[in-house]
Design a protein around this ligand. Structure first.
Ligand code: MN
Length: 715
């Protein structure tokens, strides 16, 4: 194509193009590519000119045409971007830079979802939509001249075209370009099918041309009779759409009836319906095949009437009826066919493409293509961001995702130890939000661990889950060590130790009785308060000799234990007026509602509540003390252990348990140990609401005949 032809082509749709600038770019590119040849042996320069010509077919502005001419100079010749900027201005330089960058992305996967991401990424990364349009023209020209490459390379490029570029063209509504890309891709991917189709279609070419003429002349005649001025077109469908129909509906070529589609273009909307009436009165409509996209436009503002009728030879004919204006919207690019024939159109898709609606309105208002394209700039997919690893791997995230999301995407361990990141080589804090095109390098430290605040910074479910998991595991570890401490302390008091108790199989017995899976779980449950020390000790402390033979007491104990499935309440305290603080009660003093208390703050463990007289509290750092109060509204029960020294006689246990029940208190656990000199030590673990009730209980127990002494344990 000569310079004159190119300028003429542009002038056909743009009244007064800057011909001098086009000429300068034309000669510049010719000079820079001088001596380079394509595989075909042609001068390389034929390629940029071919691309510029396709851009003119898209009716794009002069900077786009110039970009088409220069698009390979920076990558393939000695030209620098700054020289392009100096000679052709910042706008063209930015466009050339964008096209060069997109060309450098290599697509390694054929997976559909991934392909979709790449399409979106290309759109998101190209801040100017013209970059994509020029890239599409580049690909279209390469596809038209693919035959000189190796078969492997042909297939690779053709597949990529089908995966990425044809759908992109489709999204942007440039239907003719999409068909062009698809047909050429099919040619190299399915050469046999393509050859056969070409032959089949060619065989009937004359026949079909006659048929088209016949239908068109009937339509013209009937429309003229009705006084409707209309343009009637018959268009052969493109190869790929025929191939796709055969594949998806499992049809033979001979079974494809609609190789041709007909179009009636009128002046007024009213005439669309009149023309439809004419068509339907002459040819019988196929039921269920009429669609009114005028009354109900597609989401991309596509408007037309569609109908299928039974034609002159009993065959089906697809007819579209629309106004000139609708035709322009449908054909001329960006707004056209992105949902046409694909039939999957949800509300979400419609909303996502709301920009398209606006675009069409602008397009209708603006005659200057440059002004039009200015309005199309910006991110089209605002709900997602695309970023890279330092190695160039692509990841997409929901808008608002941050450094921590990225770290967890890399690896859970990277997430758990993430302290910050370098974004495009610049240090950023954890709260940094990912931006399109960022290259992210995560910085980790062995000392770093997740905390609760991280949950506010992340947007991806994976990061949320991993952080929660970590926090939970931390709590688990703390509970295990606390449980071990509690158990060991109590065993020591009883002159026992964990190792020997374990050796005797008593831990296993406790696990079985409490339905827990292993010792660690048991210790965690103990530390967390899901099981009580009494429940565990019942299996660890020797008592068999004493209970043996005392059937009545053994049964009584069992009854008490069975009733005792009440869980301990852990809330009920307000810490300095703040709710939702992790509270634990000092095992040393085990304070009860009604008693005066003080909290001790422990890092990472929340507040431990102690009775004001507790020795531990007195020994602790006063700086860590915090005012706590009992929440009068919270109904809670606190576990308390009571030691009752009594005579060792039958029926006494029953009497004691009755006394406890009568004061309205639940027993969590009970244990009896016989002592020498005909005495017994009874230990009850009970749940009491406050100190007052406990006092009543102690008084009640003391009154039972045979009871020697009642003591609250842990004081
Ligand atoms: Mn190129």
């Amino acid at each position: 194509m000569t310079l004159g032809e190119l300028v003429e082509k542009v002038r056909a749709y743009q009244p007064d193009p800057d011909a001098e600038l086009i000429a300068r770019a034309y000669h510049f590119s010719e000079r820079m590519h001088e001596g380079q040849t394509r595989r075909s042996g042609e001068p390389y320069f034929t390629h940029p000119v071919g691309v510029a010509s396709i851009i003119a077919d898209m009716k794009l502005d002069v900077p786009s045409i110039i970009t088409g001419l220069l698009h390979d100079t920076v990558e393939d010749t000695l030209t620098s971007l700054s020289q392009v900027e100096k000679d052709f201005g910042h706008e063209v330089a930015a466009l050339v830079d964008g096209v060069t960058k997109i060309s450098q992305i290599t697509f390694t996967t054929r997976e559909e979802r991934q392909a979709e991401n790449f399409r979106k990424m290309i759109i998101a990364m190209a801040r100017d939509i013209r970059v994509i349009l020029v890239k599409l023209a580049d690909r279209a020209h390469n596809m038209r001249t693919l035959s000189y490459l190796s078969e492997e390379k042909q297939r690779e490029i053709a597949q990529e075209t089908l995966d990425i570029y044809a759908p992109l063209a489709h999204r942007l509504g440039i239907n003719w370009l999409k068909s062009d890309l698809e047909d050429n891709a099919l040619r190299y991917l399915q050469p046999t099918v393509y050859g056969q189709l070409k032959q089949d279609i060619a065989k009937k070419k004359t026949e079909r041309a006659q048929y088209i003429d016949e239908v068109i002349s009937i339509l013209r005649e009937k429309l003229t009779e009705a006084g409707i001025q209309a343009e009637v077109q018959g268009r052969p469908k493109h190869f790929y759409s025929i191939y796709h129909k055969m594949e998806s509906q499992n049809l033979l070529f001979s079974e494809i009836y609609d190789l041709v589609g007909f179009r009636v273009i009128v002046n007024e909307v009213r005439e669309c319906y009149e023309a439809l009436g004419v068509v339907h009165s002459h040819w019988k409509p196929v039921p269920g095949r009429f669609k009114d996209y005028i009354a109900l436009p597609k989401a991309n503002l596509y408007q037309s009437l569609h109908s299928t009728v039974i034609g002159p030879h009993g065959e089906r004919i697809e007819i579209q009826i629309r106004t000139q204006e609708m035709h322009r919207v449908a054909e001329q690019g960006i707004a056209a066919h992105w949902t046409y024939k694909e039939g999957r159109r949800g509300l979400e898709e419609a909303q996502r493409f709301a920009w398209l609606r606006q675009l069409v309105e602008w397009q209708q208002q603006l005659n200057d293509p440059q002004e039009f394209l200015q309005t199309v700039k910006g991110d089209l997919f605002t709900d997602e961001v695309y970023v890279f690893t330092p190695k160039g791997d692509l990841h997409n995230f929901p808008q608002g995702a941050g450094v921590i999301d990225f770290a967890y995407r890399v690896h859970t361990e990277v997430g758990n130890h993430c302290t910050g990141a370098r974004v495009n080589s610049r240090m950023v804090p954890l709260r940094y939000q990912l931006q399109n095109g960022d290259t992210i390098e995560i910085i980790t430290s062995a000392q770093q661990t997740p905390n609760k605040d991280w949950l506010k910074l992340v947007r991806t479910p994976k990061a949320q889950n991993r952080i929660r998991q970590w926090l939970k595991a931390q709590q688990h570890d703390r509970s295990v060590s606390l449980g071990r401490e509690m158990l060991e302390r109590e065993l020591t008091r009883q002159h026992l130790d964990l190792a020997s108790v374990r050796k005797q199989g008593k831990i296993d017995a406790a696990l079985k009785a409490l339905s827990l899976k292993d010792e660690e779980t048991l210790l965690a449950a103990l530390g967390y308060g899901q099981v009580t020390l009494g429940q565990v000790l019942a299996h660890c402390i020797p008592q068999t000799e004493t209970v043996q033979g005392q059937t009545a007491d053994a049964i009584e104990l069992e009854k008490i234990r069975q009733r005792a499935q009440v869980r301990e309440d852990r809330g009920g305290v307000r810490v300095g007026g703040v709710e939702d603080v992790l509270v634990r009660y000092g095992r040393c003093c085990n304070p009860l509602p009604g008693e005066r208390i003080i909290g001790v703050i422990t890092r990472g463990k929340g507040a431990t509540v102690h009775a004001i007289s507790c020795q531990r509290l007195l020994a602790s750092d006063p700086q860590r003390h915090i005012q706590v109060t009992w929440d009068s509204k919270a109904e809670m029960l606190r576990p308390v252990k009571i030691e009752v020294l009594s005579e060792d006689r039958h029926g006494l246990l029953a009497a004691m348990s009755k006394a406890i029940s009568e004061s309205g208190v639940n027993i969590v656990n009970a244990n009896v140990r016989t002592l020498p000199d005909k005495r017994a030590m009874n230990v009850f673990e009970v749940l009491v609401p406050n100190a007052e009730v406990l006092e009543q209980l102690i008084r009640g127990l003391s009154r039972v005949r045979g009871v020697v002494k009642v003591t609250r344990m842990g004081k």
